[in-house]
Design a binder for this molecule. Structure first.
Ligand code: 3HC
Ligand code: NAI
Length: 686
């Protein structure tokens, strides 16, 4: 049963129960319309409370229905029906009132919420705009400026803020149902408030819309929904309700069928599936109530802050007292940065820091539930750390390595109870980046692997299982990105043309700018290790740059020149000469932006397909999550694998064949050819 109706004297309580998040399925929409009719006809009912069972108020339209033709009753009609009900409806909100859920609440005469509730219109994050009056009623209720913020940003607000905006009428303490019934009894005798749809929109100052448009465009870059959402709020502010509703609906339906919306929906469901992989269903993770990090450098400090932010007490172990001080200072610097950026109050930062202790005595770890190692990238150093951990930690403590490129199997040799060992690969800065690659070894027990996923949920991160290979999923694909970028240089493109093309595709930065920012030395170090193993990594220009210590911004020059104190990259004549020397004798051509993007992205897809064939990644969508959350791949493109499928795998294969015949890429792998025949990666990714 999706909707039940109970009576509390003269108040009817309509309870929505449509797990997991009370999404507005067709059945629920119909049940709400029926409830209005039934209660309108019931003379004993004076007011109605609309409340939800389970973890949340209505969390929105049912996103899984978006690929299909809309079924009546349509949501705008449901909201309109509630709005013209003869009895006042009171929305009683807990959890999240999002999208269509908030739109239903806006149809109600009143809205009350518990303090922990949040309200918002996240549609732009799905590549659409609100489709049931959100952009039209909101400016009529809270004014255009606040409406623009909520609708174009897509981020929800908490109940207190919502009350301040006039979005809700009261924040209730104690039991929501009892409080909402009391509220309803109080308003039942009053005249019905004016429906939001017939209210006037407050005037805006001159230039408001033009300024808003500039601000939204700058933030949205190439995402289309935020500007269309703004246009809809503007229309709603400048025309009557019915016209504005028609405009909103038309935009909503158009965007719902767009490529960007399909990509963003794909990411939405991939993100929700990631924390609970089916292969771990039913396996209980170990309890994590305390954690330690070994090494308080760049990664260790970030991981410590991430653990602490999730509420865990954290111990940082370093080599000696001075290093402990430096490690704790690194963590403190993270919190100071958060305070400076206004993300955190000083009091909260102090409280967080009070929960981080340091030491050089492994004895402090005797009762830890989880220890994450983030010391130098050196097998012997790491093995020595785990040898100590094996002797001091409880035998059921989970032990993890944050290695980027070393083989976790090799690191775990000699660990006692090796079933409790795994790789947890965080991304820098670890307290901010959402990706967590979870790397089981040959001996990792299923409940320890499940603990990795549970930890990601606790930290608010997106977990992706990765098999063992050089670089796991993300860095292995990154190597291809960089090699392709160099191949382009040898065949006529410049670093700035490559970077511009990748920005135009939607990345925040091109591959050369990114290397200059992070430093070229780390990759050079890895290439050296790879050569020692007998491999032949391809980086003819980067090798030459490193040989003359052009390591990037930190050394005053890398792929670009930098002026002191200025991070703006300037094309470098010295680098142009080095490229020309490396490219001597190679055929040169003129590259346009689309060809550059193809020459970088499609080989990444090819490598990712190999990764799927080898089962280093289990699902194509996992590769998408890795690139989006670890490397800034544009979300609205859906990730490289979704992009390739949307583009057509047959075309991807033919472009790769062409690049390969010109010596500019590896030919498509067998799995990619097979996927192209099947039309998707689904046959590979099981
Ligand atoms: N439609 C369909 N399924 C949904 C859904 C939705 N709107 N929102 C969540 N789900 C599903 C998830 O896929 C997941 O399914 P699973 O259990 O099978 O994996 C399940 O509900 C639970 O979701 P979460 O794991 O995300 O649960 P949390 O408790 O962590 O979070 C939430 C709850 C805050 C409500 C979060 O799910 C969320 O943000 N959902 C999206 C809300 C949203 O974007 N709403 C707007 C939709 S568009 C719209 O309403 C258009 C309208 O204007 C016409
Ligand atoms: P870092 O050099 O900034 O920090 C390493 C820290 O470990 C130093 O503070 C050092 O004093 C400490 N340390 C060394 N030996 C120790 C020991 N025996 N006991 C206790 N502490 C010890 O290095 P960074 O960048 O933090 O990297 C750490 C690990 O994380 C490496 O394995 C690296 O590959 C991995 N990693 C790095 C990423 C990055 O972007 N920097 C990203 C993801 C993983």
């Amino acid at each position: 049963m999706t909707v039940t109706i109970a009576r509390e004297n003269a108040i009817a309580v309509v309870t929505v129960d449509n797990p997991p998040v009370n999404a507005l399925s067709q059945a629920l929409r119909q049940a709400l319309v029926d409830a209005v009719a039934e209660l309108d006809a019931d003379a004993t009912v004076k007011a109605v409370v609309l409340i939800c069972a389970g973890r949340t108020f209505i969390a929105g339209a049912d996103v899984s229905e978006f690929g299909k033709p809309p079924q009546p009753p349509h949501l705008p009609d449901v909201v309109a029906t509630i709005e013209v009900a003869k009895k006042p409806w009171v929305a009683a909100i807990h959890g999240s009132a999002l999208g269509g859920g908030l739109e239903v609440a806006l149809g109600c005469a009143y809205r009350v919420a518990v303090a922990s509730a949040s309200l918002g219109l996240p549609e732009v994050k799905l590549g659409i705009i609100p489709g049931a009056g959100g952009t039209v009623r909101l400016p009529r209720l809270i004014g255009p400026a606040a409406a623009v913020d909520l609708v174009t940003g897509g981020s929800p607000v908490g109940a207190k803020k919502a009350e301040g905006l006039g979005l809700i009428d009261a924040v209730l303490d104690g039991d929501l149902k009892a409080g909402a019934i009391a509220f309803a009894e109080n308003i039942a005798e009053k005249p019905l408030p004016q429906p939001i749809s017939s209210r006037e929109v407050a005037a805006v100052e001159a230039g408001f819309w033009e300024n808003a448009e500039k601000a939204v465009a700058a933030k949205a870059r190439r995402e289309i929904a935020p500007l269309r959402a703004l246009a809809s709020v503007r229309k709603a502010s400048e025309t009557d309700f019915d016209n504005a509703m028609a405009f909103e609906r038309e935009t909503f339906l158009e965007l719902r069928g767009s490529e960007q919306a399909a990509a963003l929906r794909h990411v939405f469901f991939a993100e929700r599936a990631a924390p609970r992989p089916p292969e771990l269903a039913g396996i209980t993770p170990r309890d994590i109530r305390s954690a330690a990090v070994i090494g308080g450098g760049t990664m260790g400090a970030g991981i410590a802050a991430a653990l602490r932010d999730a509420g865990l007490p954290v111990v940082v172990i370093e080599r000696d007292a001075a290093a402990v001080e430096r490690g704790l200072a690194n963590v403190r610097a993270i919190y100071e940065g958060s305070v400076k950026r206004g993300r955190m109050t000083q009091a909260l930062a102090d409280e967080r820091m009070a929960g981080v202790t340091g030491g050089d005595d492994y004895g402090l770890l005797a009762d830890m539930d989880l220890v994450i190692e983030a010391v130098f990238e050196d097998l012997d150093v790491k093995r020595a750390v785990f040898e100590k951990l094996s002797s001091v930690c409880r035998s059921d403590a989970v032990l993890a390595t944050n290695t980027s490129y070393l083989d976790p199997n090799a690191i775990s040799e000699g660990v006692s109870h090796p079933e409790r060992f795994l790789g947890l690969h965080f991304f820098s800065p670890a307290h901010i980046m959402k990706l967590l690659e979870i790397v089981p070894t040959e001996t990792t027990a299923p409940d320890v692997l499940a603990t990795g996923f549970a930890l990601a949920r606790l930290l608010g991160k997106i977990p992706v299982r990765a098999g063992i290979c050089d670089g796991f999923i993300g860095n292995r694909i990154l190597k291809v990105t960089r090699a392709q970028a160099e191949r382009l240089l040898l065949s006529g493109a410049t670093p700035s043309a490559v970077d511009a093309a990748m920005r135009a595709f939607g990345l925040p930065m091109g591959p050369f700018e990114a290397q200059d920012l992070g430093g070229l030395d780390i990759a050079a170090f890895q290439r050296k290790a790879a050569r020692a193993r007998g491999e032949t990594p391809f980086a003819p220009v980067a090798d030459r740059l490193c040989a003359i210590e052009r390591f990037g911004q930190k050394s005053g020059g890398g792929w670009y020149d930098y002026e002191l104190g200025d991070r703006a990259p300037k094309p470098s004549e010295a680098v142009a000469a080095i490229i020309a020397e490396a490219a001597a004798g190679q055929p040169q051509r003129v590259w346009d932006e689309a060809d550059i993007a193809d020459a970088i992205l499609l080989p990444m897809v090819n490598e990712a397909t190999r990764i799927l064939e080898e089962r280093v990644a289990l699902r194509a969508a996992d590769v998408d999550l890795v690139k989006i959350h670890g490397y800034g791949f544009p979300r609205w493109r859906g990730g490289p694998m979704h992009y390739a499928e949307a583009r057509g795998l047959a075309e991807v294969v033919s472009v790769l064949d062409r690049l390969a015949s010109d010596g500019l890429a590896h030919p498509p792998c067998e799995g990619l050819r097979r996927s192209a025949e099947a039309g998707s990666f689904s046959a590979l990714a099981k």
